[in-house]
Design a protein around this ligand. Structure first.
Ligand SMILES: Cc1cc2nc3c(=O)[nH]c(=O)nc-3n(C[C@H](O)[C@H](O)[C@H](O)COP(=O)(O)OP(=O)(O)OC[C@H]3O[C@@H](n4cnc5c(N)ncnc54)[C@H](O)[C@@H]3O)c2cc1C
Length: 450
């Protein structure tokens, strides 16, 4: 009898899990179940379609129907998994026409993802108030712009909020971002680094309000303005980008344990507390490599790595997930921003004593045309002198430098070792002294003074 693998969810984690399972067991019957009409598309690309950098939302579909046929995967779209019975190893489903089905599994993988969290702000149910998670959300925002929206308020200055605000500005809307915390990108950056981004966004014409919450979304049936500390900000469109929450409804109903991040708890093989049930992606918790504590960064990069491990194990192979650093990058207008590991703020909050070093350099030789400024901040644990975090703001190559710092943190590199790394140089590509090395030397100088 072929092994029966059922996967709930068919996006980053689900599709990668199915692909890894197929490569591990060529004969398994693999079924993917998803509520959505479109599957295997990049949510990460949504702001860039709104901004006009990508022509159609459907261009974001990374895994078209031919992929599922080629991999011999059974895909059930617009179908909801309503119940799991772990004793009989069955999943009940209902499709959009109301037809029900019971599917047997030998291994079950939950990749139920996350949903946009919308806080209980008065007026949040008005027309013109959106979140951005699905292609349909993106299409609605795009349509509102085509229908003549001229102003927008984005609530939340995290990665998704700022990428969306930039996109709305690029489409010509007067756009304001409202962030309750005292600085933008509060999960990615420390305050002084965030202030650089804030300034850049204002120079590009975005209005940014920090340290204040939205009191109410105004308008009769349709949003027309947002009230912030008594000020009324015009808003034909309101995008709520106040974070996401792990989708754990079906898991908790089944008795699957969640952890302190409120996402599903798994071991290093992505197994839940219930035999033969795995979890992966935004719905599942990881261990942070630096703190060794539960962490749920809810990133596509983590989802695909989780999915691969869960898929291999669910198909009878053996794979382990080694943890997360929350490495993330973004581009806002022409500025690239990246983070890996802990910021100084989160390190302090976790009780870690740190020494930091920040430098400003150029992405190419100073005389070479197109050289752009780059700022690198390193966070080092004082006692061990180990690198535990890095932040970069710059015009070029932020991703590769963040990846290099992520590797250094995973390999428990000390700042002294980082300062001695044998780096490369050519005028059109970088400076003689690699900015990460200069930042490491800055930390060493400060360590000598402490
Ligand atoms: C606008 C935006 C920009 C982003 N940018 C980046 C980026 O630049 N870099 C990055 O790394 N990450 C980014 N992310 C995050 C990334 O998209 C997510 O981490 C990733 O989509 C998680 O994949 P997943 O498969 O775990 O979950 P999801 O993508 O949430 O998919 C889960 C699926 O399961 C379905 N489902 C849930 N419950 C059921 C059920 N009971 N029955 C059937 N189906 C069910 C859901 O409908 C959904 O389709 C971004 C996200 C957004 C929204």
């Amino acid at each position: 009898m072929p092994r029966k693998i059922v996967i709930i969810g068919a996006h980053a984690a689900g599709v990668d899990a199915s692909s890894a399972a197929r490569k591990t067991d060529r004969t398994a019957e693999i079924t993917l179940i998803t509520k959505e009409k479109y599957t295997g598309y990049s949510r990460c690309g949504l702001p860039f379609v709104i901004g006009g950098h990508i022509s159609k939302f459907k261009d974001l579909i990374v895994f078209p129907p031919s992929f599922y046929r080629m991999m011999k995967l059974q895909l059930k779209t617009e179908t909801t998994a309503t119940n799991i019975n772990p004793t009989d190893k069955i999943v009940d489903t209902t499709d959009k026409a109301g037809n029900t089905e019971t599917i047997h599994y030998d291994s079950l993988i939950l990749t139920t993802g996350a949903y946009s969290f919308i806080p209980p702000i008065n007026g949040r149910d008005k027309q013109g108030v959106y979140s951005l998670r699905t292609i349909e959300d993106g299409q609605q925002i795009d349509q509102a712009i085509r229908n003549g929206a001229r102003s927008a308020v984005v609530i939340g200055a995290g990665l998704i909020g700022l990428e969306t605000a930039v996109a709305l500005k690029e489409r010509g809307l007067n756009t304001t971002v409202v962030e309750m915390l005292p600085y933008v990108l509060p999960v990615m950056l420390d305050k002084e680094m965030a202030n650089i981004v804030h300034e850049m966004l204002e120079q590009k014409g975005l209005k940014i309000i920090i340290g204040k919450g939205v009191d109410e979304i105004l308008g009769t049936e349709r949003a027309t303005a947002v009230s912030v500390a008594g000020e009324q900000i015009p808003a034909d469109i309101v995008v709520v980008a106040t974070g996401v929450r792990a989708n754990t409804g079906i898991a908790t109903k089944t008795g699957i344990a969640t952890g302190e991040t409120k996402a599903i708890k798994t071991n290093s093989r992505m197994e839940t507390n219930i035999s033969s049930i795995y979890a992966a992606g935004d719905c599942a918790e990881s261990i942070n490599i630096v703190t060794q504590k539960p962490h749920c960064p809810q990133l596509g990069t983590v989802a695909v790595r989780h999915g691969k491990v869960a898929g291999i194990n669910a198909a009878g192979g053996y794979a382990q997930f080694t943890g997360v650093l929350g490495s993330a990058v973004s581009q806002l207008f022409e500025t690239q921003i990246g983070v890996t590991g802990l910021t100084e703020f989160f390190a302090k909050r976790g009780g870690i004593e740190t020494v930091t070093g920040t430098i400003t350099s150029k992405t190419r030789a100073d005389y070479y045309p197109g050289a752009k400024p780059i700022k690198v901040k390193l966070v080092v644990e004082k006692e061990s002198q180990r690198l535990i975090g890095g932040q970069i703001i710059g015009g070029e190559e932020a991703t590769q430098r963040i990846n290099a710092l992520s590797f250094a943190i995973q390999k428990q590199m000390t700042v002294r070792e980082l300062a001695k790394v044998d780096t490369a140089y050519a005028p059109p590509l970088c400076e003689t002294w690699e900015p990460m090395v200069l930042a490491a030397e800055m930390v060493l100088m400060r360590l000598r003074k402490t």
